[in-house]
Design a protein around this ligand. Sequence first.
Ligand SMILES: *Cc1c(COP(=O)(O)O)cnc(C)c1O
Length: 439
Amino acid sequence: MTTPETSSQLAIHGGARAVETDDRDRELFHWPIVTEEDEQAVLAVLRAGTMSGTDITRQFEREFAQWTGSRFALGYCNGTSSLLAAMWACGVGAGDEIICPSVTYWASCAQALSLGATVNFADIDPQTLCIDPGDIEHRIGPRTKAIMVVHYCGHPADMDEILAIAGRHKIKVIEDVSHAQGARYKGRMCGTMGDVAGVSLMAGKSLAAGEAGMLLTEHREIYERAIALGHYELTGGPSRYATSSAQTHGELARFSGVPIGGHKHRMNQTCAAMGRVQLRYYESRTAEIRRAISRFWNLLAGVPGLRAHRPGWADSHCGGWYYPHGLYCEDELGGLCCERFCEAVRAEGVAMCEAGANVALHTHPVFHEADLFHQGQPTAIAFGQRDVRQSLGSLPISERIERITFGVPWFKHDWLDRIERYAAAYAKVAWAAANGEMS
Ligand SMILES: *Cc1c(COP(=O)(O)O)cnc(C)c1O
């Protein structure tokens, strides 16, 4: 598209902006799409006063399970608690370790501390931005219970490799699907490949139910342990334990009525009601998002320094493409740092072009120093774990995150004329950099 010959003066140097936004741009990015159908569903819950009921959440769970092809779906008040329950249900406890990529939102792993466990952070792969399968196996020790896989920015992690490693060492795989609802890895839906998955459905995510989450699993034992931890209303009486496996029944049924550890994880039914409506339109709306962002990347094909962040495997895609990013190669742009590139693109009128993504977690003081249980020593080492805390310099790709990736527009509509303008802004700056006009 834009070539060195046709590029005009950069906005950051006083030239005209590539993108002038108006009301249609607001619509282009507005999310979630809420119609009268959502409003009526939520109003019905409010009018009936059943916010704390469970009937609509049970329907939402059934529909979610059907959509994903999961055996069990369990609704949560948020994604964070679904991941906490997933960890506990996988046997993560005091003195144990989980392996988690360093570049992710804190809620992929910080819950481990509240179980007395430690996080052993792995590096990310610079192409997928997901956990690097080559940086997992050497981290596995006798107390490693699970690998937390995050399908980051919608991009599926390389599950074949990860599942093979977990299988060899008989440890669990937990999928954090908070960025990748509906994403596919070689034909399989993200959230259905590991032992259990936690999904955020908060208002900013691509599948937005308000403030909610979902746990998915094929395993009755994991499902029942998750219930025991935080769904008191599903235990006891005519409960799901009535049909449970003898194993779990014996261990947990006597705790019926009081959740282990005192957690309450129930979803507010206004969210369940909205989630049900959102789910009905999710595949068609996200298909349009994928067409739009694919169009954006196709327009940028051949532009130096910029690469799409999307899976190369067959039958794979980024679902609702939450938090979309691109891969930055400063070597092709005269060494221009990503930060400066983004500044110039923002000057062209593209507000979402920020360098980096989530900041690497492995050096955060919470994972080094926090003394959650008032033991007089950091929780990360207070239960007899190996000391797997890592300082700066240990995870080189994660630590370079703001040099290797940048934000791109999360288009919700495949509007050619608009998408062309946004692509032109990125191309204009990239060509200028490649031609040495940015130094
Ligand atoms: C949003 C998010 C969560 C937590 O979900 P909440 O619904 O906000 O509690 C967990 N992991 C990742 C990667 C997220 O982005």
